[in-house]
Design a protein around this ligand. Structure first.
Ligand code: ZN
Length: 305
C-alpha cells in the first residue's frame, strides 16, 4: 500500500543518494510529497528568448549561475486526499538521451515506499515529455492499475494531434522528440484518459484547472483543505519569472499568453498567501509569492521538521 508515513526512513533503492530527493508536507487534511525526478541541463537563453543578452547575463550573475548551462529541476507531486492517491506529472522517463540526472521518479517513489499500484489518479499539467515521460519508462505501465484515471485537458490532447511550434525557441532536436513522446503517450494510455474542458475536481480539495499559455491545455492543480492552500503551477512559473515575468521561455507555445497567466498566478498567490510548487523551480520548490508594487519575489518556505 502507498504510505506517506515512512518517508523519513531510508529504505530500498536510493539509499546511497546524498539527499533523499523527497519532501513531505500537509495541506489541511491532504498529504503532499514533492519528489524530484532529477535535473535537466538547459542553455540559459531558453529561459529568456525575448530578453537582451546583457540583461540575461546580469540576472545569471545576480543568481550566481553559470552562463553556459543551468540545471532545471523536475518536481513531481504525490497527493493523498481521502482514499485517492494522485500523481501530478511523471517526470522525463527515458525519453531524451543525454540527461542522466533526470528520469529518477520510479526509483525515488520506490525508495519512498510508494507502490505505483496504489496510484488511483494521474493529473497531467501538460503533455511535454518532461511531464509524461515517466509513464513511458521501462516497467512503469505494467505496475500501474488497470483502472488508473489520467486527467488532462481535452484541448491538450487535441493540440498534440497537430502541435504548433512556430512561437517556440527550443534546442533543435527537441520538437520532434516532444511530438514523438506525446504520440506514444496517447497510444499507450488513451483508454485511461479522463478529459476535462476547463476544470475538474479530482478528489476532495484537489482541483485541476486549465490555464493555457505554455500549451493550450496547460493546467494547474489547486489543493485546498482546512483553510490551507497549495498550488502546483506546472510550467506557469520559473525562477526567473519573479524578477522578469515578461521574459518568454523557449518551451512556451503561446508565450504572450503564458506571461499573462504567470502574472495572474503570482498576483493570486500573493493575495491568498498560499504555497507554490512549480515543476522547474529548485527542489523542493515550496514557498510563497511576495509582491511589492509590481515587483514579485520568491519566498522559500521554512522547512518543517
Ligand atoms: Zn516542463
Amino acid at each position: 500500500m502507498l504510505s506517506l508515513d515512512n518517508t523519513l526512513r531510508p529504505v530500498g533503492p536510493g539509499r546511497d543518494e546524498l539527499v533523499p530527493s523527497r519532501y513531505a508536507l500537509r495541506v489541511g487534511e491532504i498529504d503532499v510529497l514533492v519528489v524530484s525526478d532529477g535535473v535537466l541541463t538547459i542553455p540559459p537563453v531558453t529561459i529568456a528568448t525575448n530578453a537582451a543578452s546583457d540583461d540575461l547575463a546580469t540576472w545569471l550573475d545576480q543568481m550566481f549561475l553559470p552562463h553556459d548551462a543551468i540545471g532545471w529541476a523536475l518536481n513531481v507531486l504525490v497527493v493523498r486526499s481521502g482514499d485517492r492517491y494522485i500523481l501530478i506529472d511523471a517526470g522525463l522517463g527515458e525519453e531524451f538521451p543525454g540527461f542522466p540526472r533526470a528520469g529518477q521518479l520510479p526509483r525515488r517513489l520506490e525508495a519512498a515506499g510508494i507502490d505505483l499500484a496504489s496510484v488511483t489518479d494521474v493529473v497531467l499539467t501538460h503533455m511535454h515529455m518532461d511531464h509524461v515521460g515517466g509513464l513511458l519508462a521501462d516497467g512503469v505501465k505494467e505496475r500501474l492499475r488497470p483502472d488508473l484515471r489520467i486527467h488532462v485537458a481535452a484541448s491538450e490532447v487535441k493540440f498534440w494531434t497537430a502541435p504548433d511550434f512556430s512561437r517556440t525557441s527550443m534546442p533543435s532536436a527537441v520538437p520532434d522528440r516532444l511530438r514523438a513522446t506525446a504520440t506514444r503517450f496517447l497510444n499507450e494510455y488513451h483508454k485511461h484518459l479522463r478529459m476535462f474542458d476547463e476544470e475538474h475536481e479530482v478528489a476532495p480539495g484537489v482541483l485541476v484547472r486549465r490555464t493555457g499559455g505554455h500549451t493550450p491545455g496547460h493546467s494547474v492543480v489547486y489543493l485546498a483543505s482546512g483553510g490551507e492552500r497549495l498550488t502546483f503551477a506546472g510550467d506557469t512559473m520559473f525562477q526567473v519569472g519573479f524578477e522578469h515575468p515578461d521574459w518568454h521561455n523557449g518551451f512556451e507555445h503561446y508565450p504572450d499568453e503564458a506571461a499573462r497567466v504567470r502574472v495572474g498566478m503570482m498576483q493570486e498567490l500573493a493575495a491568498n498567501r498560499g504555497l507554490l510548487v512549480a515543476t522547474h523551480m529548485p527542489f523542493p520548490s515550496v514557498g510563497r509569492v511576495g509582491v511589492d508594487g509590481k515587483q514579485f519575489r520568491w519566498v522559500p518556505a521554512f522547512w518543517e521538521y
